[in-house]
Design a binder for this molecule. Structure first.
Ligand code: ATP
Length: 264
């Protein structure tokens, strides 16, 4: 489904601020895989997500999605096959527009504009159906401006919008990190439900080791621009956060007392 070959990304190349964010990334994600990505600060996780979404173009290497080379396509051109939810609940939705207007934009992604942007009664019914599964009572608040919703409600709506058109790849970029534990858990459950329901190929970045172990069928660990661990489902299922820390230290060949802090 997703193939990343020899991808390298350097910021401020040739200056004193040069930073190699991705060294030589090779990654194949099979259809229906749910991959969690963990790693210390500055490991390159967000850069990798941006390379997949088209927010950044690699300096070297290629990205293919479902057999199509998308390396040089920008974010808008990939929007039909890449859905994304960000850490910031403000990022995925337009606060001054109503719930139904936001959903109409998500619904229109990849369709002909002339046919899609108005909110017809038929679409309203469809939106209500989808909103019901969020269990937030949003199906009765279609005319509410999104800026009035809580962070958790906005993330739930962002998740729905990102998956509305069943993208080929769903990117979740620490999408529960800004929420309190109760709301975060709700979004985790909702994520599981939506991903399973649509069998979405998903990549989720998290700093939460429990989350990385409990969700998905594969775990990647990144460090200083490289993927240093790739843990399959059977192995992952038996691991505890402590095992993950040990694996991290073994892969790096050094011990670092702040790992727990950096990863959790
Ligand atoms: N636009 C940019 N310009 C310059 N340097 C950047 C830019 N974006 C990222 N970097 C640098 O590239 C490296 C990788 O950053 P990235 O944001 O991908 O890490 P991350 O693993 O997502 O970190 P975190 O967990 O802290 O969000 C870091 O050293 C970062 O400072």
């Amino acid at each position: 489904m997703l193939r990343i070959s020899g991808v390298r990304k350097v910021f401020n190349e040739g200056t004193v601020n040069e930073k190699v964010a991705l060294r030589e990334i090779n990654l194949h994600v099979a259809p229906g895989d749910f991959v969690t990505v963990i790693g210390s600060n500055g490991a390159g996780k967000s850069t990798l997500m941006n390379i997949i979404s088209g927010g950044l173009i690699p300096d070297k290497g290629t990205v293919t999605i479902d057999g199509k080379d998308v390396t040089r396509l920008g974010e808008h051109q990939r929007a039909t096959f890449v859905g994304r939810v960000f850490q910031d609940p403000m990022a995925g939705t337009a606060p001054n527009m109503t719930i139904e207007e936001n959903l109409a934009i998500a619904y229109g992604r990849g369709r002909r504009r002339t046919l899609s942007f108005g909110v017809t009664n038929r679409k309203r019914e469809l939106f209500r159906e989808h909103l019901k599964q969020l269990d937030q009572g949003l199906e009765n608040r279609l005319k509410t401006k999104v800026g009035f919703l809580s962070g958790g409600q906005r993330q739930a709506l962002s998740l729905l919008m990102a998956t509305f058109t069943e993208p080929k790849i769903l990117l979740l970029d620490e999408h529960t990190a800004a929420l309190d534990p109760k709301r975060a858990q709700l979004i985790v459950e909702l994520t599981r439900k939506i991903v399973e329901q649509h069998q979405l190929t998903t990549i989720m970045v998290t700093h939460n080791m429990e989350q990385a172990l409990n969700m998905g069928n594969r775990l990647l660990m990144m460090h200083e621009g490289s993927i240093i661990l790739d843990i399959p489902e059977e192995k992952k299922r038996k691991m505890k956060p402590q095992d993950l820390l040990q694996a991290f230290e073994a892969a790096r060949g050094e011990s670092f007392s702040e790992d727990r802090y950096l990863l959790s």
